[in-house]
Design a protein around this ligand. Structure first.
Ligand SMILES: Cc1cc2nc3c(=O)[nH]c(=O)nc-3n(C[C@H](O)[C@H](O)[C@H](O)COP(=O)(O)OP(=O)(O)OC[C@H]3O[C@@H](n4cnc5c(N)ncnc54)[C@H](O)[C@@H]3O)c2cc1C
Length: 382
């Protein structure tokens, strides 16, 4: 296990200051001070970030990208999340579709999609989970069949975040003949770039516990996808999806989803004369967060160095989401404030929102049990 400490250099400090200065001028976009801000879609805000060059930062300049490092992207993302900025619209495209297109896409796909992603104008959803296939992703049944000029896809996806607001979804499908999965379930899958406005696609929002409907179900009835929208090699879908999940699991969003509650809650404790219990709570939570951040930065440094720290990323997600899930309960007692979503009182609504959103933190991107399984295997314990 490698958690070599990493210190950010002067350039990244300057970049951090630049992002903070920009955010201080964006009061309208930040006034929600969102919990789980990477689920909130504001295309106008995404376009502003695109203008600043803060989307697709690590993509090559030839496709409009910033040609910058993972650590520079890390600093920008960290500041946006800490401010509770509504980054949901471009989130998936920036975090994983862009890098995936760069690795596996054709030249035509890169030239068409990457500049739009970088401008904050083209949004993607993740089409992996199906009604009977979440943790066991290799059990997917959505099937693409070859037809003249392309493919016809029939099946369905569920829990697809932002499918109502995105134009495209990166869809994992079976492409091998029916029955062939019996021999090897991980073979015969492929990824497609599906235009969600195609004929035969029906989208329906799903309302969550917090009353939001940013994820959806998608029904696909004989949907035609042209040949040039197959991503990567036919049959290589499993390997590509694993690469996609590596981007999905390792970032600071895995412990900063409710950073507004952390920051404002600790300020409240500090200034409201809560004495020793307040001081203890601040010390404990701040120490936990600082450790998580150091571990996560170490993972980012290894990614920058071209390594693939799968075990370390799994630990950060597991510990990070546990921290996020426990935060509201850890603060509620010392603050002596009851949670309530529409209570009109800032701290109360931050607590309420956090409690209602928390169950999803350890489900999305792979559940706690699945991550622990990966970790056990990685450590040779299973
Ligand atoms: C907010 C949110 C956003 C999401 N966005 C997307 C998205 O954009 N695109 C997408 O494709 N999916 C998305 N998902 C789906 C997510 O990836 C799945 O919910 C997750 O992978 C679990 O799958 P499942 O819901 O089918 O649960 P199941 O796989 O049915 O699991 C149910 C429970 O059983 C446990 N379990 C299952 N198998 C094992 C095992 N082998 N060993 C031990 N325990 C096990 C699980 O840990 C879980 O606790 C999202 C989910 C959430 C909550």
């Amino acid at each position: 296990m490698n958690f070599e400490p990493l210190t950010l250099d002067r350039e990244t400090d300057l970049l951090r200051k630049e992002v903070r200065a920009f955010l201080s001028d964006q009061r309208d976009f930040l006034k929600g001070g969102y919990i789980d801000c990477w689920s909130i879609c504001e295309p106008a805000f995404s376009r502003l970030l695109g203008e600043k060059g803060w989307i697709g930062m690590t993509l090559p300049k030839q496709y409009g990208g910033g040609g910058r490092t993972y650590l520079e992207r890390y600093v920008v993302v960290e500041e946006l999340l800490a401010a509770g900025a509504p980054v949901g619209a471009h989130w998936v495209a920036d975090r994983q579709t862009g890098p995936l297109l760069l690795s596996f896409g054709t030249e035509e796909q890169k030239e068409f999609f990457l500049p739009q992603i970088v401008r904050g104008e083209c949004y993607f959803a993740i089409g992996m989970s199906e009604p009977d296939s979440g943790s066991d992703l290799a059990a997917i049944r959505t099937r693409a069949e070859r037809v003249e000029g392309g493919w016809r896809i029939t099946g369905g996806k569920t829990w697809t975040s932002f499918a109502m607001t995105c134009r495209y979804v990166l869809l994992l499908c079976r492409t091998a003949p029916p029955g062939s999965e019996a021999a090897d379930r991980h073979k015969g899958m492929s990824q497609f770039i599906l235009d969600l406005e195609s004929e035969g696609v029906t989208r329906r929002p799903i309302r969550n516990l917090a009353g939001e409907d940013h994820f959806c179900e998608i029904f696909l009835e004989q949907v035609f996808v042209p040949e040039n929208r197959l991503l990567g090699e036919e049959g290589n879908g499993w390997r590509q999806v694993m690469a996609e999940l590596a981007f999905e699991r390792s970032g600071p969003e895995r412990f900063l989803s409710n950073f507004r509650l952390f920051s404002e809650g600790l300020d409240f404790l500090r200034t409201s004369g809560k004495g020793e219990i307040g001081a203890r709570t601040i010390g404990r939570l701040a120490a936990q967060l600082m450790n998580l951040r150091q571990m996560s930065l170490s993972v980012a440094g290894q990614l920058q160095a071209g390594e693939l720290p799968v075990n370390e990323a799994s630990i950060v997600k597991e510990l990070g989401t546990t921290f996020e899930q426990n935060l509201a309960e850890a603060l509620r007692g010392p603050l002596a404030i009851e949670p309530g979503v529409d209570a009109g009182e800032r701290m109360s609504s931050l607590l309420g929102k956090s409690i209602l959103t928390a169950p999803s933190f350890s489900l999305r991107g792979g559940t706690r049990e699945i991550l622990r399984g990966i970790l056990a295997k990685g450590l040779g314990l299973r």
